[in-house]
Design a protein around this ligand. Sequence first.
Ligand code: PMP
Length: 397
Amino acid sequence: MDKVEYLREQLKELETAGLRNQIRHIDGPQGAWINVDGSRVLNFCSNNYLGLANDDRLIRAAKEALDRYGIGPGAVRTIAGTMTIHDELEEKLAAFKGVEAAISLQAGFVANAGAIPALVSAGDVIVTDELNHASIIDGVRLAKAARKIYRHADIEHLDYQLAEARREGAEQILIITDGVFSMDGDIAPLDAIVDTADRYEAMVMVDDAHGEGVLGRGGRGIVDHFGLHDRVEVEVGTMSKAFGVVGGYVAGPGPVVDWLRQRARPYLFSSAATPPDVAACIASVDILAESTALVDRLWANAHRFREAMNNLGFDTGLTQTPITPVMLGDEKLAQDFSRRLFGDHNVFAQAIAFPTVPMGKARIRVMISAAHNSEDLDHGLQAFATVGKEMGLIDQK
Ligand code: PMP
């Protein structure tokens, strides 16, 4: 008896529908150009917004930490003790974000999945944007609080759900939103969310994964972008995107962070990040704290690319950030477009389709980085223009 036959069949169904993920293999470091499956290709896929993933300063810091602290953290921090560099990272992150305290965790996903069930419990209500990231959805599922979903970025509907929650006698209310929505690149209306939250005495949690290193002064994130300091109770972040390493954190008022040190299960039951990772994260925060140069370059690149794509006749959807979705609609069309970019033009830009985005809303998501130079952007634009014309999607000019 083949007990996994059902999985073989499900995989076949994915294949037939053009929905099976094909994972490519990268040999070598991150950068504007990378080696993928034996080809040297322009990298339009990574979240390495500032090009820090292969930065000499981060590499040096990691090597020094290896010599000083070794490779493994030993065990869970609450059991084996916390290394001094973990403390240093948390202090630097709190200072960078302009909040009282921060707690570092193993990943952004872990930060959401760990923080949400710790912050609310039975009798409380979570009010969450319908397009929130999978890690928020999983965190909400793990929580014992009731949940209400509001239509994407719809303040009227948020207000309605908050009124319902209060009417039903909620004790604590936690509103959760992505800061930048990763599939469309639009920015949550956090100012209006916070105003609405105040009227219902609800807490606000924002996932700044695609906002830090991108939005706000020198990349300080969405709270800084809107000038909402001290009005957002929970900021979740990742070290794997603009910061160029790996890891996650939660930043906010002292009691939020102190409570998570007592109750966030990934902090209590999973070992901490390794010393070289943490040292590289510290170097990365230091670089951002010192200069806005990389963030400025990221935005210059993003504006230039988006404008040129729009001039070519491509629809880049709702984006307000360096995330540039090229809206194509049909799933197979998007995959074919991506394959041609890769095979004929050495451009690595992945198609994103159902279930990551709704059926019929397939797209190619171009991730612009400060690592790209002007020739890189030209190469990418030329490739999109050629494939777009070949496939009859834009005018033959
Ligand atoms: N939140 C959002 C909005 C994300 O896009 C991601 C990464 N895709 C995460 C959280 C998870 O971050 P990490 O990769 O550090 O687990």
